[in-house]
Design a binder for this molecule. Structure first.
Ligand SMILES: [Zn+2]
Length: 251
């Protein structure tokens, strides 16, 4: 494994443009359960009950109660060494660095990454369905306050600014992500299973364009077949090692 990390570090240190894709696996060490975990949050509930437009239409308060609980849980989480390693990588590559994430947990921002594309939204943002404003909302509410009133127009027709199952991703953002996959020198996939479209296409696009694709994951995934190298291990261990080798290589 060390040899593979060294090889990846050698290639990355000479690159100009790095595109990173992250999924739930990177946040696991921060105590945020992944979707597909045996003990994951989603196993205890049926997804259809909470994370779909239908559920919201039928009972917005119930959906909000669930997201309010998740917010409370995620608020206690802190970025781990893998998040910080990516913040260092952005520091090294500056504008050549872009981070695409499927996570809604805000931990990349807390770790000081700046150029972040949140494909699935952010749990700490609320969207008003009346005035269309999206705003930062870190509050955890009392039950009787739910759904929370819009900070701008006071309407109670608000929703968490996250993408639900059965909803499509923001078209301009997915186009941007595809462009970043196609034009980078190195594409790094971290802690994502590649089970969800169109995100799963991103490493494929990078590979098709002849970019170096490297996957960091706890296990092999559908992304592995599009990767030049697969590094199996805990991201909070493998990524800091990768970044320290890149820094050494760049002097
Ligand atoms: Zn509003």
């Amino acid at each position: 494994m060390i040899e593979r990390i060294k090889k990846a570090a050698d290639i990355i240190k000479n690159a100009k443009r790095i595109t990173v894709l992250t999924g739930a696996g990177i946040s696991k060490a921060s105590g945020i359960p992944t979707f597909r975990d045996k003990n994951g949050l989603w196993r205890k509930y049926s997804i259809e009950e909470f994370a779909t437009p239908q559920a919201f239409k039928e009972n917005p308060k119930k959906v909000w109660q669930w997201y309010n609980q998740r917010k409370k849980l995620i608020k206690q989480a802190k970025p781990n060494k893998a998040h910080y390693a990516l913040a260092e990588l952005e520091e090294l590559f500056k504008d050549g660095f872009a981070l695409i994430t499927q996570n809604i947990d805000n931990l990349h921002r807390l770790a000081s990454n700046r150029r972040i594309y949140e494909l699935h939204g952010n749990i700490f943002q609320t969207k008003c369905l009346v005035c269309d404003k999206v705003y930062l909302d870190e509050d955890v509410y009392e039950d009787e306050q739910l759904p929370p009133a819009c900070r701008y127009c006071k309407s109670k027709k608000t929703r968490p600014n996250v993408v639900w199952f059965g909803e499509s991703l923001d078209t301009s953002m997915i186009k941007k992500a595809m462009g970043l996959a196609a034009t980078c020198d190195v594409f790094i996939s971290i802690g994502t299973s590649g089970a969800v479209m169109p995100v799963a296409k991103l490493p494929q696009i990078a590979q098709y364009m002849g970019r170096y694709v490297v996957e960091f994951n706890a296990d092999y995934s559908t992304i592995s077949m599009f990767a030049d190298d697969v590094i199996i291990g805990k991201a909070e261990e493998t990524l800091p090692l990768l970044v320290s080798l890149i820094k050494r290589g760049r002097g």
